[in-house]
Design a protein around this ligand. Sequence first.
Ligand code: SF4
Length: 328
Amino acid sequence: MTPFDYTRAEGSAAAVKQVSGSAKATFLGGGTCLIDLMKLHVENHDLLVDITPLPLDRIEATAGGGVRIGANVRNSELAHDATIYKNYPALSEALLSGASPQLRNMATVGGNLMQRTRCPYFRNGFSPCNKREPKSGCAAKDGYNRSHAVLGVSEHCIATHPSDMCVALIAFDAVVKTHGPKGERAIPITDFHLVPGDTPDRETVLEHGELITAVELPAAPWAMRSHYLKVRDRASYEFALASAAVALEVVDGVIKTARVALGGVATKPWRAADAEKSLVGQKPGAPAFAATAEMATKGVAPRQFNGFKVALVRRVIVRALETVAAMK
Ligand code: SF4
């Protein structure tokens, strides 16, 4: 690991000033992703500003009936929060499906939003990788790409976004609150992560030195009928091959509100907005769900080893919707 300086933040404004003042400085939350990447020399920083002393660790009700989640809230705490468990169950399920209990006790909400891909060519430090080293190429395109994305890909990168939490957040229209060198921002999570395009090294809309302070979930009574389904190679401590966060509001036997978000198959947490619209006004059931799954995977671009993900994610969508439709 490259030597670095460490300092504890004494306030959000001071932390922003410290990080924005040095091109190689960054914020340190739980460190579960960042420290790994620094040990692998994939990321090299000269200064870590530890933000865990900042008072960003609360889960509070908002005036509009939603929830404000501080950026330093640990994944385990959020998963077991009574309000989240009852009103946004897919978020709780998504969090509990990620990593291990020890990692969830350390990982923060802000860090989870900034989680980086598990593409092995990115992490090994020596393969051509446009994300790690711009314009060096992409070893995954013609390499062993079984775990890679089929949606949102470009000629320059096909890496999946690894987060489970973000898939549920995008289904619930979460908003990311930040404090940066130019002031405060509220960023809809649909706009927060970027598809790779020709700049896969740029993964979010955050500017250097912009600190995530919270995530807000709007009031969403329909979210009580939601579910996160994750399929992976082993039962725990594994990233998704395909996952879906879905929600349904059914009134008088007809779907009034629908949410379909996907993980494990796309380069960013993926909201299947057209598929959601296709469900509205329909009766919940196999024909509607199968058509939705087809629509959610429109435009897929599989490579040599990941074509199985197309059929898999369609089945995940259908099963998740069936589960929610059967909820009392
Ligand atoms: Fe790098 Fe993306 Fe290609 Fe993986 S898929 S090697 S992260 S450019």
